[in-house]
Design a binder for this molecule. Structure first.
Ligand code: AMP
Ligand code: MG
Length: 453
């Protein structure tokens, strides 16, 4: 098939998309047309999403009711009353209720003077990380396709190839959407909350206090999510409230990465000079973001006391997850916490450690072997799982920084083979295959992702 056919909407196909969001809360988005690009070319198409060919077109044709979503958000702790989709548009909702969203599709009323574009590298990165997270069992938005636009765009003084990412998400409701409604469109707040309930937690509608129930569900979903990030060493990088979903999915992969050597202060964003969004800071930042959601919901119900439950809920998910990683049937938070301190002190690679523990070779990773031995003596009587069971929860292949950077650099120059090789590896993260050993080696030196997203 000609790639142009694959990516251009054919008449009628988009009629399957609905807009319940625009219908329920019209004040929270604006109709806005997509830019048409002269020479689009498909770089990657995800056939694993259960989205049939009818919904596949990735660039928008005439007559499609695309909309830019309004939202606010705390970025780096500072409230921005009007962020919104500055370079993205909602094409609509698929028959199964998920959003189809296009990123890098041109300027909108929310662009604030920026170009509304996205570059090939960061959009392929979002595709790669979304697939990696999904394969790890972590809720996430996912790419349906990445399409090179044929344009060159400027980032940090460099000319880069432009791209549009089509992504599928449970929804694009964010903490920042509620902040925007509460502050700027208070008449829409209740309808927004009702929409969120109907979409993500329908049985909460029957609760005596549905908005309190909604908030409790979001707290639980986000506690589970951030625990899972911590359990794979994932650092999101920009946990602003507009990048925190109501659904509990990971969203907006910018300067994110998987940690190599354990260090609680690990950051990857060149902008994060204070460590606000560092690895170990993530649960507390999430709690802070949820407190902002609680404030926004205040006109509907008093939910702020539920914010205090977040740390306990998070700890429970984390300790349970660590128990599985360590081959224990009962959580032991002290054993897990002490291990993290030990891995930090000994600069041990996070991902490598758990596979080595299962294989019986963990001692080789430590300079101070006596320290590991003392910890292992505490673990030994609690172990119930063997190597195979541990390998099923501890990934071997994650998108490591040095490998990801090399693959994206090659893709920018037209060679997509390293990208597809890495994508295939992280899509099956637990099963060792021959010929992929280079993907499992930690990088050397600190890694920084510059915010040229
Ligand atoms: P992000 O860091 O990707 O979550 O984006 C934060 C905000 O900046 C959102 O409102 C984006 O729509 C907006 N934004 C980021 N890059 C661009 C761009 N190139 N053009 C217009 N808006 C942008
Ligand atoms: Mg964002």
């Amino acid at each position: 098939m000609d790639t142009r056919d694959a990516i251009r909407a054919r008449p009628g196909e988009w009629s399957q998309l609905t807009h319940t969001y625009a219908r329920d809360v019209p004040a929270l988005s604006v109709p806005w047309p997509a830019v048409r690009f002269p020479d689009p070319r498909v770089l990657g198409r995800n056939d694993d999403l259960g989205v049939g060919p009818v919904e596949l077109p990735t660039l928008v044709g005439d007559g499609v009711d695309t909309r830019a979503l309004a939202y606010a958000g705390h970025q780096w702790g500072v409230y921005k009353p009007r962020l919104g989709d500055g370079r993205a548009l909602l094409a609509g909702e698929l028959p199964d209720g998920r959003d189809l969203h296009l990123k890098g599709i041109g300027p909108t009323p929310f662009s604030r003077g920026l170009d509304g574009r996205a570059a090939v590298g960061p959009m392929l990165r979002e595709y790669l990380f979304g697939e990696a997270m999904h394969a790890l069992g972590i809720p996430t938005t996912r790419a349906l396709a990445v399409v090179a636009t044929g344009e060159r765009i400027e980032r940090d003084g460099r000319e880069l190839p432009g791209a549009v990412l089509t992504r599928v998400a449970a929804s694009h409701l964010r903490v920042g959407t509620f902040q925007y409604a509460a502050v700027s469109e208070p008449g829409s707040l209740r309808a927004l909350a009702d929409h969120a309930i109907a979409r993500h937690f329908p049985d909460a509608a029957r609760a005596v206090r549905p908005y309190r129930e909604l908030f409790g569900r979001v707290v639980d979903a986000q506690a589970a999510l951030v625990a899972r990030w911590m359990l794979v060493g994932f650092v999101h990088g920009v946990m602003s409230t507009d990048n925190t979903t109501i659904s509990g999915e990971t969203i907006d992969y910018g300067p994110c990465a998987f940690m190599d050597a354990v260090d609680p202060a690990t950051v990857f964003s060149s902008l994060d000079t204070t460590g606000r969004y560092a690895y170990a800071a993530q649960p507390e930042i999430l709690r802070w973001n949820l407190a902002r959601l609680a404030e926004s919901l205040r006109p509907l119900d008093d939910v702020e006391d539920l914010v205090d439950e977040f740390p306990r809920t998070y700890e429970r998910y984390w300790a349970r997850g660590m128990a599985a990683k360590l081959g224990l049937s009962t959580p032991d938070a002290a054993l897990a916490t002490d291990l993290m301190a030990l891995l930090h002190a000994q600069h041990v690679d996070f991902t490598t450690f758990f596979r080595a523990l299962a294989a019986g070779t963990a001692r080789d990773l430590f300079l101070d072997r006596a320290a590991l031995d003392a910890w292992a003596v505490r673990r030994a009587p609690l172990v119930t799982a063997g190597r195979a069971a541990m390998d099923r929860v501890n990934p071997l292949y994650v998108p490591r920084n040095h490998v990801t950077d090399a693959a994206l650099a090659a893709a920018e120059h037209g060679d997509l083979d390293p990208f597809h090789r890495l994508l295939a590896a992280v899509r099956e993260p637990y099963v060792e295959r021959p010929g992929l050993a280079d993907l499992t080696r930690p990088g050397t030196g600190p890694h920084v992702t510059y915010c040229g997203t």
